[in-house]
Write a protein of this length. Structure first.
Length: 366
């Protein structure tokens, strides 16, 4: 934990005018520590966001920030060209007094800051199909606007992040080592995953064949990584850009399905509340195609229904692996938290499988 004096000192390294008042924890992310800063600027209170980059997860914070800087500048240039209100369309990184996008504190941790987007919020669970449509449309816009990003290939901030076969291999290693002595109690979950192992290779094979191209993707398209305008209900800003890197468009859509179609949060233990709501899937599907449909290949479109199943299964694998390793990656707030998350995700996989025919019918209609 950081004291107010420590947070004030870190914030002072960024070009922010006015008097620092307070920093309070903000958001529900698993990886980084996020604070909302409040400043007094001539009697007006303005807010900024400051985040500690978890370098235990992102081993090269400077590469994370180089990606983020390139992407946000490119998006900002496009928004300026289209004459759209810029402060509500992309994150605006603040520079340090040495003109850097991040700063390292006395403990060796890296921090970044950006302008807080007012009058908008994120949701851990989408409340209605309109929100789902707008969120998917915003993520589709994000991908579409990065198709022409100039310069070299972005850094892979987490190599093999959505390489599901490698996630299975990591799970097998965790089962074998059984560091926390938990493998025996999760045989059902392990068997469920291993029965679907062959499917985890499908998209990578299509990519290798050239049917599905590499794109610039967000790679963490949870619904709480879209800010929804309080007044209009429009998805106005994509946030949490740590994992923006080369990837497959289907990974982004699949994660939207995983995170946006269940009526329950991802750690809900009452599995009767968990499952894919088809009306939410349809809204995500139509919203994503409304903005991304113009650049998707036939193979990408054809595999949209499968993408949700794959990424949900992959997320379950990640939660179970972390559980077996003693909860070292994801933040946990209670015993067996990661196991609860895993079971929740596997229930969504089952629900998706039971509705796959309807999902494929929708594909033919749009």
């Amino acid at each position: 934990m950081y004291t107010q004096d420590e947070l004030r000192d870190i914030a002072s390294k960024f070009v922010i005018y006015g008097d620092f008042l307070v920093a309070v924890p903000f958001g529900s992310g698993h990886i980084n520590d996020t604070y909302q800063l409040t400043y007094d600027q001539g009697g007006v209170r303005l807010h900024y966001t400051m985040q500690r980059i978890n370098h235990a997860v992102f081993h090269h914070p400077e590469q994370v920030m180089e990606n983020m800087d390139r992407v946000t500048r490119h998006l900002l240039n496009k928004i300026h060209a289209e004459r759209i209100e810029t402060k509500k369309r992309t994150l605006r990184l603040l520079r340090t007094y040495t003109n850097q996008p991040c700063v390292q504190d006395h403990r060796g941790n890296y921090w970044r800051a950006y302008v807080f987007v007012e009058n908008a919020r994120s949701y851990d669970v989408l409340e209605n199909p309109k929100q789902a449509y707008m969120a998917a449309q915003a993520f589709g816009d994000f991908q579409c606007n990065l198709v022409d990003l100039p310069g070299p290939r972005l850094h892979e901030t987490i190599p093999n992040f959505h390489n599901t076969p490698k996630r299975v291999e990591a799970l097998e290693a965790a089962i074998k080592s059984d560091k926390a002595g938990r493998a025996r109690q999760v045989r059902h979950e392990i068997d469920f995953i291993m029965k679907r192992r062959e499917e985890t290779e499908k998209l990578l094979k299509l990519n290798a064949e050239g049917s599905i191209p590499e794109r610039i993707t967000h790679n963490d398209t949870k619904v709480n990584n879209i800010l929804i305008d309080d007044l209009t209900g429009e998805g106005i800003c994509v946030i949490d850009l740590d994992t923006v890197m080369p990837g497959l468009a289907l990974y982004d859509f699949g994660d939207m399905v995983r995170a946006g179609t269940s009526a329950a949060e991802e750690d809900e233990v009452n599995l009767e509340k968990v499952g894919m709501r088809f009306e939410m899937y349809e809204a995500l599907f139509r919203g994503f195609l409304s903005s991304a449909g113009g650049f998707l290949t036939p193979a990408e479109r054809e595999n949209l229904p499968f993408a949700g199943k794959l990424i949900t299964l992959e997320t379950a694998i990640r939660f179970l692996t972390d559980y077996l390793e003693g909860d070292v990656y994801f933040k946990t707030r209670r015993p067996h938290h990661n196991l609860d998350r895993c079971r929740n995700q596997l229930k969504i996989v089952e629900s998706i499988e039971s509705q796959m025919n309807e999902m494929k019918k929708l594909l033919k209609q749009v």
